[in-house]
Write a protein that binds this ligand. Structure first.
Ligand code: PEP
Ligand code: MG
Length: 570
């Protein structure tokens, strides 16, 4: 019996034989061509064949794995038509007189490498999508048909790496699990296998040397090779129990989070795109507490225009029906870069021209976004939130720009949402200190503990050497959070939290005790957060929160909550 460890990517247990999948990779070589126009026509033909193939895959994915999975291939269609990518390919063909295959390969590799160098894990993983699209076009240019991979019996798919279109093409009835040596939690093998409900492990670093008898444990990220009888029967029992538990959890995540004494607490999601939105609904989100709008700018190789944004926002808003959606306006700078904006580099980007500061000085960037949000928000429960607010003056300026946009839309006879709620992120210490004044200017606050911790503790949130200070459980940060909630409530506005802390199991009871109104987190954290809230009584949580405020270290705070939990269990 041998065990390989990897990253748990989709929960569940698969027991069976492995199917080793190793598609050949096409790397076209540069060839000189005589007639440029013929080559461009060849490219156009290949693009339209690729479009047809992708439309078919999109439909199949929609039927077999649902909207979230299908969106991946919709995104591939968008990439296939990316005007900047195509322009660069055409230009290379024309200026260097080389074959379309090599030109497409080189342009897509440049784009994929740019994504791979970004700090955001999700965007880094999108490099695999670009490569998937590119290999489709290159295969078609080379005159090859789609390779069918026929599974003849139920199998665990074993591969070095899987492109999204590889992952979806296996017959679901015969696919027990996925195991890849490469990839991370935001890779599409991970996303698709979760959507398909198929257990998966990614990023294991190696492949098994035998595939005749395997157990794939997607919860713990381990692949057991040639298990003995005892292990096998233990896992068969676990598989049955797990199936039942997953089913129960999914059912109860759709129900509201109500404390023991009957207080209903809003549990909503942090999202960045439509895929996240679908995922949020699947996990029981009652709306969105943070829609990070940077992704629409990062996913394109040029600035999206107002119409593009209206489309993206409308699709997302509609997913949530009458649930509230808090849209955060563009927050770039710091660790979030948009390479094609070509902003000057700064010595201290986290303390620099980021978030609302940049937007207020760039109406050409800010106003199309505000107009798009207002237009897409017609008939929705729309909340607009400004990031990185440090002063009352900034809120007033941002609101003024928003009012100008509404007035423009009115005079242009374009439909828009006339009454969104307006809020701000509280993530800069000055905003906490002046929270009483800021509360007079807005309808809500949302606490961004990621940045609030960074600025309060004076630690760069991306610097591994100082991570020991990056905890929202630091007494200094806890006190600030309490102040913000109190000031918000005194002014009669609601206070939410969209920093990572809102989804942390040990923090939730304390925040409940502080009286936080809305908890916003990554979708997978929602079912557990709801379960935790259901186990507490608000008075009990208030007592716990008072004790937490007396602690001197984050470890003490965590031990305190853990003790309560252990006590409650007895
Ligand atoms: C935060 O700072 O807590 C936050 C939610 O914003 P971001 O992580 O996008 O900076
Ligand atoms: Mg922030």
């Amino acid at each position: 019996m041998n065990v390989i460890k990897g990253i748990p990517a989709a929960p569940g247990i698969a027991i069976g034989t492995g199917f080793l999948y190793s598609p050949s990779q096409l790397i076209p070589s540069r060839q000189h061509i005589q007639v440029v126009d013929t080559e461009i026509n060849r490219l156009q033909d290949a693009l339209s064949t690729a479009e047809k193939e992708l439309e078919e895959i999109y439909q199949n994915a929609l039927e077999s794995a649902g909207q979230e999975a299908a969106e991946i291939f919709e995104a591939h269609l968008v990439m296939l038509k990316d005007p900047d990518l195509l322009e660069s390919v055409e230009q290379t063909i024309r200026t260097e007189q080389i074959n379309a295959d090599a030109a497409f390969y080189e342009a897509s590799e440049t784009y994929a490498e740019m994504l791979e160098n970004l700090s955001d894990e999700y965007l880094r993983a999108r490099a695999a999508d670009i490569r998937d699209v590119a290999s489709r076009v290159i295969r078609i240019l080379g005159g090859e048909e789609v390779q069918q991979t026929l599974l003849t019996r139920p199998s665990i798919i074993i591969a070095e790496d899987l492109a999204p279109s590889d992952t979806i093409k296996f017959d679901r009835a015969y696919t027990l699990g996925f195991f890849t040596a490469q990839g991370g939690t935001t890779s599409h093998t991970a996303i698709l296998s979760r959507a398909l409900g198929i257990p998966a492990i990614v990023g294991a670093g190696q492949l098994p040397d035998s595939t005749s008898s395997l157990i794939l444990d997607g919860d713990n990220g381990q692949l057991i090779i040639d298990p003995d009888e005892e292990t096998l029967s233990e896992y068969q029992q676990r598989q049955q129990l797990l199936d039942k538990k997953l089913d129960d959890e999914r059912q109860s995540s759709k129900k509201p989070a109500v404390t023991l004494d009957g207080k209903q607490v809003e549990v909503v999601a942090n999202i960045g795109n439509l895929e996240d939105a679908r995922n949020a609904i699947d996990h029981g989100a009652e709306g969105v507490g943070l829609f990070r709008t940077e992704f629409s700018y990062l996913e394109h190789s040029s600035l999206p225009n107002e119409e593009d944004l209206v489309q993206v926002y409308q699709d997302i808003f509609r997913t949530f029906g009458s649930f509230p959606v808090v849209v955060r306006t563009l927050d770039i700078g710091g660790d979030k870069e948009i390479p094609h904006l070509k902003l000057p580099s700064e010595t201290n980007p986290f303390l620099g021209h980021r978030g609302i500061r940049l937007c207020l000085s760039r109406p050409d960037l800010f106003k199309p976004q505000l107009r798009a949000i207002l237009r897409a928000g017609v008939g929705c429960n729309l909340c607009i939130m400004f990031p990185m607010i440090a002063t009352v003056g900034e809120v007033r300026q941002a609101r003024k720009m928003l009012e100008e946009c509404a007035a423009e839309l009115e005079s242009e006879n374009l439909a828009y949402n006339p009454r969104p709620q307006i809020g701000i992120m509280i993530e800069v210490p000055s905003a906490v200190i002046c929270a009483d004044q800021l509360a007079q200017e807005v309808d809500f606050f949302s606490i961004g503990t990621n940045d609030l911790t960074q600025y309060t503790m004076a630690v760069d949130r991306t610097n591994a050497k100082v991570t020991y200070l990056v905890s929202a459980m630091q007494p200094a940060v806890l006190r600030l959070i309490k102040q913000v909630i109190d000031h918000g409530h005194q002014a009669g506005i609601w206070v939410g939290m969209c920093g990572e802390m809102a989804g942390e199991p040990l923090a939730i009871p304390i925040l409940l005790g502080f009286g936080l109104d809305e908890f916003s987190m990554n979708p997978p954290a929602i079912p557990q957060a709801k379960e935790i809230i259901r186990r507490w009584d608000t008075e009990q949580a208030r007592t716990l929160a008072e004790q937490a405020l007396l602690c001197e270290t984050p470890e003490e705070v965590e031990a305190l909550v853990q003790n309560w939990l252990d006590g409650n269990k007895q």
